[in-house]
Design a protein around this ligand. Structure first.
Ligand code: PNS
Length: 173
């Protein structure tokens, strides 16, 4: 049967750092599910379906990895798909505190599930989806941050957002 691992996150959007961790996990575990949380407590640029579509495209060449959205508690989703392992990526010491807290909470909720943290490649250790969104929104280059199709999707989103919310005339005088 083999070991199934889930790699959860908001993935808004998937970055080269996430893809690096997903690939590392797929090299260790028999099956990896990139688990996209549908309602994170942050403002999202992409819908769940869009995040899933980009995740699928990002790991389409990894035969033992797939993408699935989830709702509710992560440990419940892990049980549902028969996953014994939760994978998370570590970029820097600053990630350690929040990851330890989440891992201990998940252990409290479900002691049979183990959290495994994988250290990201040095090239991607400074990446975060929120910083990438800011850079691309402000017209910065996307090379080395996200796949080209994600950069294109981000640019389309930001253009659409700007067009949908024109500055009212009373504000500009
Ligand atoms: O990419 P993120 O935002 O760091 O991912 C956080 C995520 C989705 C892994 C976390 O918020 C989560 O597991 N949410 C599901 C709800 C849940 O189980 N919360 C308790 C986690 S300790």
């Amino acid at each position: 049967m083999g070991t199934t691992a889930i790699y959860p996150g908001s993935f808004d959007p998937v970055t080269l750092g996430h893809i690096d961790i997903a690939r590392r996990a797929a090299a260790i575990f028999d099956k990896v599910i990139l688990a996209i949380y549908d309602t994170p407590a942050k403002s999202l640029v992409f819908s769940t379906a869009e995040r899933v579509a980009m995740g699928e495209r990002a790991i389409s060449d990894v035969p033992n990895a797939r993408v699935q959205a989830f709702h509710g508690l992560l440990v419940d989703f892990a049980r549902e798909v028969g996953a014994k392992v939760i994978v998370r990526g570590l970029r820097a010491v600053s990630d350690f505190e929040v990851e330890t807290q989440m891992a201990l909470m998940n252990r409290q909720l479900s002691p049979e599930i183990e959290v495994v943290c994988l250290v990201t490649s040095l090239n991607y250790s400074y990446l975060s989806a929120s910083l990438i969104k800011e850079v691309i929104k402000l017209g910065g280059p996307s090379e080395g941050l996200v796949p080209d199709f994600v950069a294109e999707a981000l640019r389309l989103k930001f253009t659409a957002q700007a067009e949908a919310a024109p500055v009212p005339r009373w504000l500009t005088g």
